[in-house]
Design a protein around this ligand. Structure first.
Ligand code: PEP
Ligand code: MG
Length: 579
């Protein structure tokens, strides 16, 4: 039995067998082989090609039955590469000349080709890089003997173990079979963690070297409440966890029962609880959990989920579906926030050295106007279907906001010319998630209808701590006095300007922050759906006067640790079961 401690990112307990998956950017370590192994290693390369070809031929035949299947075309391209003799020779030559394993040679040769392709200006050629990575993965599956470990077609319950997961890999997990998730890398607000939470799958990240301690098929306990992973637990530990899991499920059921009750403090102050979603069907869960609308729709997940760029109709259909589910409750649609960890780096022509400080979010949109306008058209068209608001992410200065608004006006004019209906008075807001926008909130407030404070990025950029990097995760905390001072500034400026305000970062889904946020003046919170009942319970247990005192006290403190401990103690008194 081995116990590992990481960061709890999605609550719940699971006990299931391990399934180890490679992340997209996982590198096969270089391992030398003896001269006597050369012939066998080269044969392994040949066999891997042979098996991958027969597997793909079978898949191509199956998909060929679907008329006009795009997937069939993709398989055909992959087969053409696999039949290319020069490719195979390049790999076997590498095994020979450098005395390395078949896995290493496959990975090195194919990544070199992919990198070469991705630098080509011609979009058709650069996009082929993604095909090369797929081929690499397919050959590695043959070589590493993970043929049946295909996450897309699970038939039994598993715990996913990975070095690192991308948000889109996580979004593809079948929640009926994926019972728990654990990864070496990641942080509480990394996007894969956010997705795990919204899927309701218990998850622990930042376990550093977990993948070295687990083999496929090992029994693994994931304790997503305490950030603990236990590999090959003894019988007594399994028994303890089964009981703990039952107690936790009872608490969840009890909390779910308050779904219909209003989110009102004990002294009668109404707090609006909205949900954060990535996909339209999550809107259903938001309502089931008692949310009153959508405060953050992360629309870029549609983009990440498709091999080709979504069309205006793709966007429109996703919005229309969300609005149908939500009926006439509010839906804040955030424009594309691509880049950083929400852009498969291999899709970029040249990967950026510092993607979180790079061409991300609104900056990316302002440099890709066709794509931006396509999405804005779809949002505007959908605005007649319900209570839609537009939100621009990662605004860092007034000029960016003005540019974004000007483009929105251009799109409105285009729709006018085409006599297409939209809501002319649509509310336009921005996310405050950089220190620069927080410090200039007084001026930005004049040009928007609302602010939403994105504490995930605000914390990352204020403290200069990459939100997904486990090596510095101990430095990442929204309870840092610097972050709290910025939040207070934004709240004061929004109130002065009399504009709407909410908090939509992960801070809003942590029970220990509720009293502080209410005490600072927040009245609208947008959070991941599974946490709505717990947060509502805290809201229903507090008095605003006490929250004001908590906020006053915290703002007088100058250490993160002191603030965190104080907030945890205060929340524990309110909702002891949750801690
Ligand atoms: C945030 O930064 O707090 C936020 C809500 O946006 P995202 O997590 O999608 O970056
Ligand atoms: Mg953000």
């Amino acid at each position: 039995m081995e116990i590992k401690k990481g960061i709890a990112v999605s609550p719940g307990i699971s006990i299931a067998r391990a399934m180890i998956i490679d992340s997209e950017d996982y590198r096969i370590p270089r391992r030398a082989i003896e001269p006597s192994q050369l012939t066998a290693e080269i044969q392994r390369v040949r066999n891997a090609f042979k098996d991958a070809i027969s597997e793909l031929t079978e898949l191509e035949a199956t998909h060929g039955k679907t008329k006009g299947s795009k997937i069939k075309d993709i398989f055909a391209v992959h087969l053409r590469f696999l039949h290319d003799r020069s490719l195979r020779k390049k790999i076997t030559d590498l095994v020979h000349s450098e005395s390395v394993t078949a896995e290493y040679a496959v990975s090195t040769a194919l990544r070199e080709i992919a990198s070469h392709f991705s630098k080509e200006e011609d979009a058709y050629i650069s996009e082929r890089a993604a095909d090369i990575y797929d081929i690499e993965r397919r050959l590695l599956i043959q070589l590493l003997g993970k043929k049946r470990e295909d996450v897309g077609h699970l038939t039994e319950e598993v715990t996913i173990i990975a070095r690192e997961l991308s948000p889109i890999q996580t979004a593809g997990f079948d929640r009926n079979f994926v019972k728990g998730i654990a990864s070496d890398a990641g942080g509480r607000t990394s996007h894969a963690a956010i997705v795990a939470r919204s899927l309701g799958i218990p998850a622990v990240v930042a376990l550093e070297d977990l993948t070295e301690s687990v083999s496929g098929g090992d029994t693994v306990i994931i304790d997503g409440n305490r950030g603990i992973v236990i590999v090959n637990p003894d019988q007594q530990t399994v028994q303890q966890y089964l009981e703990y899991s039952k107690e936790f499920a009872e608490l969840e059921n009890k909390l779910d029962a308050i779904r219909e009750k209003p989110a009102v403090t004990r002294d009668g102050v109404k707090i609006t609880l909205l949900g954060n979603i990535e996909f339209p069907d999550e809107a259903e869960t938001v309502l089931q959990k008692g949310g009153e609308g959508i405060g953050l729709y992360r629309t870029e997940f549609l983009y990440l989920n498709m091999r080709t760029e979504p069309t205006e109709e793709d966007h429109y259909q996703a919005f229309a579906e969300t609005l149908r589910i939500i009926s006439n409750r509010p839906v804040v649609i955030r424009t594309l926030d691509l880049g950083a960890d929400k852009y498969t780096q291999r899709k970029r022509f040249a990967p950026e050295p510092n993607p979180f400080l790079g061409l991300r979010s609104i900056r990316f949109c302002l440099q890709n106007l066709m794509m931006f306008k396509t999405q804005l058209r779809a949002i505007l068209r959908a605005s007649v279907l319900g209570d839609v608001k537009i939100m621009f992410p990662l605004i860092t200065n007034l000029q960016e906001l003005m540019q974004a608004k000007m483009i929105l006006r251009d799109v409105m004019e285009d729709l006018d010319d085409e006599s297409i209906a939209y809501n002319r008075d649509i509310k336009v807001g921005i996310m405050i998630e950089t220190p620069s926008s927080a410090l200039t909130a007084f001026s930005l407030a004049r040009d928007v209808d609302f602010f939403s404070i994105g504490t995930n990025d605000l914390t990352q950029y204020t403290l200069a701590v990459d939100r997904g990097n486990e090596l510095v995760s101990h430095l990442y905390s929204s309870a840092d006095p610097a972050v709290l001072r910025l939040i207070r500034t934004v709240i004061q400026d929004a109130h002065k300007a009399q504009i709407d305000l909410s908090v939509c970062g992960e801070m809003a889904s942590e029970p220990e922050y509720v009293m502080l946020l209410l005490g600072l003046g927040i009245r609208t919170i947008s959070l991941t759906a599974p946490m709505i009942p717990e947060i509502k319970q805290v809201v229903r247990s507090v008095i605003i006067e006490d929250c004001n005192n908590v906020a006053r006290k915290v703002l007088g403190m100058n250490s993160e640790r002191q603030i965190s401990n104080y907030l945890r103690d205060a929340a524990r008194k309110i909702l002891p079961e949750a801690f």
